[in-house]
Design a protein around this ligand. Structure first.
Ligand code: BGC
Ligand code: BGC
Length: 439
């Protein structure tokens, strides 16, 4: 697996690193509104400044290149590049053009996500993803960006983790826009996926040389309960997290079991929607972090029961590389239409500190190497996996957890914006230098 055809990259997202929230005509997004709302984000943190990447992008491109990685995954901020009337914001577009050109000049492959959760606030004011019109607006945005950036992108992703946008955004409210209604969430999911399908058409028409895909977060659900109902609960967990997104994309239908979990919450759809949603993909991006132990809730669903005595990250997430192997091999069995896969995110948070100019992060090194072994095992089982991206290049705004949780292989001191490669970054660099020597 570790030859130069298998891409090793690092990933980030616009709102988490860019800052410059009002620069050059950028409009507010739902995350500006959400993070400014007291009680929504730990310590009241916002993405106003973040890693100030908007101003420090040249230095950051040097940093990425210095790691010897093959590829960089980033996202475009919709409210930076389009105004409320749908006209291009030239300054915002110029930023991404400069950035992508600089990455290409360094020989880096560019993986560009159109939507990593920063919906323009004016669209949320009109109903957000619950409103079908947002799917059409997303296609307009995809059209504009792919016309402007054609030729600079190796692989487009329409959406990052629609499960998070729909469920965390509209059902449990942990993420922006913070709504709490399962009927909103299933409708939002439908419109996210519809927007994806419409965007795929634009991307293919405007940038025929690039790969087109989507990124889904997947979770492993298991049970330590002994009953048939507990085993069903674990299945339902995965249906809710994984199949809710993957079945429409790869089988053109929602899993029927969803409506056992959420009776009466079927989204309104029009004839033809599922064909648009199920358009062929060049690749599927998979983000994996952890496993969840569940038991039956005594009705039609599942309840999480955290396992004791397992290794956990700073997020409280269980370290469980086996789950990544199980999911990848399971997808290969269950989806005849499964396209080639990139692991577009995997990584861990830890409370890293700079001591004498160095950052020791042994738990991240162990996490990454164990997950690489899991990916390697899945490749050996015949799963077509083309690359792996570490989340994240550098510490950044970790959504509802603000700056406290550090996912980077590069440490960021937010007071000075100093970047310090952690020990894990040094190992990645050495590993890739060795690989280059072997080839
Ligand atoms: C996971 C979700 C989790 C969310 C929280 C995602 O990557 O897949 O299960 O709830 O992150 O940020
Ligand atoms: C998201 C990232 C996030 C990471 C860790 C994924 O849910 O795509 O933006 O920082 O997981 O929670």
């Amino acid at each position: 697996m570790w030859n130069k055809d298998f891409l090793l990259g690092v990933a980030t997202a616009a709102y988490q690193i860019e800052g410059a929230a009002t620069a050059d005509g950028r409009l507010p997004s739902i995350w500006d509104t959400f993070s400014a709302t007291p009680g929504k984000v730990l310590h009241g943190d916002t993405g106003d400044v973040a890693c100030d990447h908007y101003h420090r992008w040249e230095q950051d491109v040097d940093l990425i290149a210095s790691l010897h990685v093959d590829a960089y995954r980033l996202s475009i901020s919709w409210p930076r590049v389009m105004d409320a009337e749908g006209n291009p914001n030239r300054k915002g577009l110029a930023f991404y053009k400069r950035l992508l050109k600089a990455l290409r000049e360094r020989g880096l492959k560019t993986f560009v996500t159109l939507y990593h959760w920063d919906l323009p606030q004016h669209l949320e004011d009109a109903g957000g993803w619950v409103n079908r019109d947002t799917a059409l607006r997303f296609a307009d945005y995809a059209d504009l960006v792919s016309r402007e950036l054609a030729g600079l992108v190796d692989a487009w992703a329409t959406l990052n983790e629609p499960w998070c946008s729909a469920y965390l955004g509209y059902a449990n409210g942990h993420h922006a826009p913070g709504k709490q209604d399962i009927v909103f969430a299933t409708q939002a999911m439908h419109h996210l996926l519809l927007g994806h399908g419409l965007a795929v058409r634009k991307l293919r028409a405007n940038d025929p040389g690039a790969q087109v895909g989507i990124v889904a977060n997947v979770g492993r659900g298991t049970t330590n309960g002994g009953s048939a109902a507990d085993r069903r609960a674990a299945e339902l967990f995965e249906i809710q997290h994984n199949n809710w997104v993957l079945d429409p994309l790869l089988k053109k239908q929602y899993p029927a079991a969803l409506w056992e979990l959420w009776p009466g919450a079927q989204p309104m759809a029009l004839d033809g929607d599922m064909d648009i949603i199920g358009a062929p993909l060049d690749y599927l991006g998979i983000n994996y972090y952890f496993r969840t132990n569940v038991v039956s809730d005594g009705a039609h669903g599942f309840t999480e029961v955290p396992l004791a005595g397992v290794e956990r990250t700073q997020m409280g997430w269980e370290v469980y590389p086996q789950g990544l192997y199980d999911l990848l091999t399971g997808f290969k069995r269950n989806y005849p239409q499964l396209p080639p896969i990139y692991i577009t995110e995997n990584g861990t948070a830890s409370d890293d500190k700079v001591v004498d100019g160095a950052v020791e992060d042994p738990q991240r090194i162990a996490f990454l190497s164990r997950h690489w072994t899991a990916v390697d095992s899945a490749v050996k089982e015949g799963v077509d996996i083309r690359g792996y991206f570490i989340w994240s290049l550098m510490d950044n705004f970790e959504w509802a957890f603000g700056y406290e949780r550090r996912f980077g292989i590069v440490h960021v001191d937010y007071a000075t914006q100093a970047r310090t490669p952690k020990r894990s970054a040094q190992l990645v660099k050495r590993f890739l230098a060795d690989r280059a020597r072997r080839e």
